[in-house]
Design a protein around this ligand. Structure first.
Ligand SMILES: NC(=O)c1ccc[n+]([C@@H]2O[C@H](COP(=O)([O-])OP(=O)(O)OC[C@H]3O[C@@H](n4cnc5c(N)ncnc54)[C@H](OP(=O)(O)O)[C@@H]3O)[C@@H](O)[C@H]2O)c1
Length: 344
């Protein structure tokens, strides 16, 4: 193995303060400190791609979610694909590609208890960060295991031009469903219909969603894949068919505020009379079934039935601005930061 250059300084964003309402760039501080030495049983991983996720916003509130909150002064947490550049671990060698929580920084130390997974050599890292990684797996398991769509049924998905939503709609088409997407611009609506094969799209910013659902889901909704909560969830709830399934994947309309809106009207009454199921999930719940999902996702990408779009922003220094933009709908497809190249 050739010598590996390790930069002497580790650039990081740390959490400077908890947001008071909408996230601001100044909620993070840029820090440069010596790259940490590798201790016994540890590996040093250099970040290549950093995932930006709406849930990042939730992790910096002083409230535990499915993970403890990021502490003040700590590096911002984030899902990273990177490369091992030094290792005292028996299971990791210099040059290995890995994924895990590396945070908003150039280098991260991973000890024996760190949840880090080795990727195959030569893996397509952009696909792994999007359609074949957390994004694709979230769409796959949420739709197929919780939503249980059947051919001929109507599937509605929100944030439909985003990372997860764009994959959900295409899998629902593969399963033979009538698919309607909700997105925030006409361009996004056009993309999911013209390029991804959705049957209809609704611009929730310019259309009356309740009325548009009546037009585009004439037989009602059997599966609603909810990425956003709020007003779209409210409208979908009243259009659900008897026996319908509501997949609670995320609540992006409510993350970036100190005053989240109350939950929808009609609960629990509508669940009772229409025999609806409303169920949340976290993609990690399916970690031990990854191979099955990966085979299907890779197969659909290879045969052209599953397309994906990525929105790559260069430079760790742009992470706060890029996360704020994501929360405001700047992205189409999966947004990520290119922190460095693959060089080992
Ligand atoms: N349960 C899990 O394990 C899991 C795993 C991954 C992600 N998620 C969740 O999945 C959802 C989508 O995540 P993603 O990574 O694919 O992000 P994304 O959809 O690529 O990006 C977020 C999108 O949300 C939309 N949005 C922002 N504010 C909105 C509002 N007020 N109302 C409606 N839409 C709004 C924006 O698009 P528009 O232009 O359309 O507004 C934006 O592009 C999030 O809720 C996330 O937390 C859950």
């Amino acid at each position: 193995m050739a010598d590996v250059k390790i930069e002497p300084m580790n650039r990081q964003y740390v959490l400077a303060k908890r947001p008071a309402g909408a996230l601001q760039e100044g909620d993070f501080s840029w820090v440069e400190s010596p790259t940490p030495p590798v201790g016994p049983g540890q590996a040093l991983v250099r970040s290549i791609y950093l995932s930006l996720d709406p849930a990042n916003r939730g992790w910096i509130n002083d409230v535990p979610t499915y993970r403890p909150p990021v502490g003040l002064g700590e590096p911002m947490a984030g899902f990273v694909i990177g490369q091992v550049v030094a290792s005292n671990r028996d299971d990791l060698a210099v040059g290995d590609l890995v994924e895990g929580d590396g945070g908003w920084q150039d280098y991260a130390i991973h000890g024996p208890d760190s949840a880090i997974y080795k990727l195959p050599p030569g893996d397509d890292l952009v696909a792994r960060m999007s359609v074949r990684g957390v994004t694709g797996l979230t769409a796959y398991w949420g739709l197929l295991d919780i939503g249980e769509p059947k051919a001929g049924e109507t599937v509605l998905v929100s944030a439909a031009a985003g990372a997860v939503g764009s994959i959900v709609g295409q899998i629902a088409k593969i399963k033979g469903c009538h698919v309607v997407g909700v997105a925030g611009t006409d361009e996004k609506c056009q993309w999911i219909v013209d390029e991804l094969g959705f049957d209809k799209a609704i611009n929730y910013k310019t259309e009356n969603v309740m009325k548009a659902l009546g037009q585009h889901c004439p037989d009602g909704i059997d599966v609603y894949f909810d990425n956003v909560g709020g007003e779209v969830l409210q409208a979908a709830l009243f259009r659900m068919n008897q026996g319908g399934r509501m997949v609670c994947c995320g609540v992006v309309s409510q993350y970036d505020t100190a005053t989240p809106a109350p939950g929808p009207h009609g609960l629990p009454g509508l669940l009772v009379v229409r025999r609806l199921r409303m169920e949340g999930f976290i993609v990690m719940d399916y970690a031990d079934r990854r191979d099955q999902a990966d085979r299907d996702l890779a197969g659909w990408v290879a045969d052209g039935r599953l397309k994906y779009k990525v929105d790559i922003i260069d430079g760790l220094e742009n992470a706060p601005k890029a996360l704020i933009g994501l929360l405001h709908g700047e992205n189409t497809g999966k947004r990520m930061i290119r922190v460095s190249g693959e060089t080992v």
